[in-house]
Design a protein around this ligand. Structure first.
Ligand code: UDX
Length: 441
């Protein structure tokens, strides 16, 4: 099949390269000429494990190409995926659909024959109807049908998620779209992932409902963690104890500093807005978004408390700045709120991240960036683990203790064991687990 992917951001690039790897012929389009030039030279615009090899292999095999010329790429296309951005509209939290509608119009105008336009971008219910109206108006002479095909990729494991999905959701209101989309994913049938065909509107809502549910699960365990701290219980054991119930499941029950990233914060807000517009408010999701926002700032208060009630003129070392490991993405990362609150409280804040430094520099100009975890903690009054990168899981803790001015560690991801840290002489605070007194040496 000849597939065109419009938008070579995170979703577009991973999807395009993976479709090419299935054996389809794929062209990825983007308006950003600089990005396309880099991609052609094999330089990835994002950090995603395995993506550079996947792109290289498929370009070399002649199945994957990049261009800024949308019109030319559309000629002969069977399916065109829209994978452009849907940022939060400034001021009201609605998803901004300008890029989606613009891309749909351009695709229709350039079309040379019948094709399927499939939306991969996360779009509110009813967007497919508007896309259909736009393409019909632009090209009444052609049969252009519109499908919804949401992605459920996690940053950091996107390629694996694409190749071994829990499910594929295809929203299509006509047999042509259903057939073409089935053909796109046919190479995956060997792995037998459940493929769910449904209506376009249902498919659009599935994506938001999935993200809102996962955000709720995380926020639930985060609040249980707070309660654990008050009553002397252990949130990891609570999570295990409830997660073993198959109806609940053990995933997404890791308490932490609050969720961030390019999806959960934006999508929960957009869903809340859609629900309000339809006079069917989602109060649980409204509360989840508010609680998660407050939580990020509350993490700074936790650090201040661990430092004896004040961080004025103290140096705080943050390990991990991205919203999760294995990505360079800083969007809505808890570190941003934590840095701001600590700086407001008078602290000098330093940070280190294995991949996120470039974005961190642009977003937090006052943050002093260090070139390793050890140089970051040297002379600091506290070390705060914000993101659970693997390299922070196996730090030489004796060396860390010798480098720190004060042996204070705040572990917002629960990657160390309180008993080990107490034995090593750290004043150690984590999330939802009892702190132990420092062992006598
Ligand atoms: C998410 C969805 O998982 C994915 O299906 C969707 O397509 C896009 O949004 P992503 O944002 O890449 O993916 O990351 P994810 O692994 O879901 O984590 C999101 C946030 O939740 C991170 O900040 C992470 O640290 C946090 N999280 C996740 C927790 O705090 N606890 C958990 O148990 C799981």
């Amino acid at each position: 099949m000849h597939i065109v992917v419009v938008g070579s951001g995170y979703v577009g690039l991973v999807s395009g390269a993976s479709f090419a790897d299935f054996g389809h012929s794929v062209v990825c389009v983007d308006k950003d000429a600089g990005k396309i030039a880099k991609l052609e030279a094999g330089v990835m615009p994002i950090f995603e494990p395995g993506l550079d090899q996947l792109v290289e292999t498929n370009c070399r095999a002649g199945r994957l190409a990049f261009t800024t010329d949308l019109a030319k790429s559309i000629s002969g296309a069977d399916v065109v995926f829209l994978a452009v951005g849907t940022p939060s509209r400034r001021g009201d939290g609605h998803a901004d659909l300008t890029f989606v509608y613009q891309a749909a119009r351009e695709v229709a105008e350039a079309a040379t024959g019948s094709l399927v336009v499939a939306t991969k971008s996360t779009v509110p219910v009813g967007t497919g109807d508007e896309v259909e109206r736009i393409v019909r108006q632009a090209r009444p002479d052609l049969e252009i049908t519109v499908a919804s095909n949401p992605e459920f990729l996690r940053e950091g494991s996107a390629i694996e998620d694409f190749k071994r999905p829990d499910r594929i959701v295809i929203g299509a209101n006509d047999p042509r779209s259903r057939e073409a989309m089935g053909e796109v994913y046919r190479p995956l049938y060997l792995n037998q992932p459940p493929i769910m065909f449904t209506s376009r509107r249902t498919s659009e809502l599935i994506k938001y409902a999935a993200n809102a549910f996962l955000a709720t699960k995380i926020t639930f365990i985060n609040e249980i963690a707070d309660l654990c701290e008050q009553v002397g219980a252990n949130v990891q054991e609570v999570a295990r104890g409830i997660g073993l119930d198959n109806r609940i499941g053990s995933k997404f029950l890791h308490a932490g500093p609050g969720y961030g990233g390019s999806c959960f914060p934006k999508d929960t807000l957009a869903l809340v807005k859609t629900a309000q517009d339809h006079a069917s408010p989602l109060r649980i999701v409204e509360t989840v978004a508010a609680v998660n926002d407050q939580r990020k700032r509350a993490m700074a208060r936790k650090v201040i408390q661990a430092c004896g009630g004040s961080v004025r003129d103290k140096t705080i070392a943050l390990l991990g700045l991205t919203f999760k490991p294995n990505t360079d993405d800083m969007r809505d990362a808890p570190s941003i709120a934590i840095v701001t609150a600590l700086e407001d409280a008078g602290a000098r804040v330093r940070g280190f991240d294995p991949e996120g430094m470039q974005h961190a520099r642009a977003m937090m100009p006052d943050l002093q960036l260090c070139d390793s975890a050890y140089s970051c903690v040297e002379g600091a009054d506290a070390m705060v683990i914000v993101t659970e990168w693997n390299e922070f899981r196996a730090l030489d803790l004796k060396r860390v203790k010798a480098l720190l001015a004060e042996p204070v560690v705040v572990d917002l991801r629960n990657i160390y064991r309180p008993e080990d840290m107490a034995r090593l002489g750290f004043h150690y605070q984590s999330i939802g687990r009892p702190s132990l007194p420092v062992a006598e040496s």
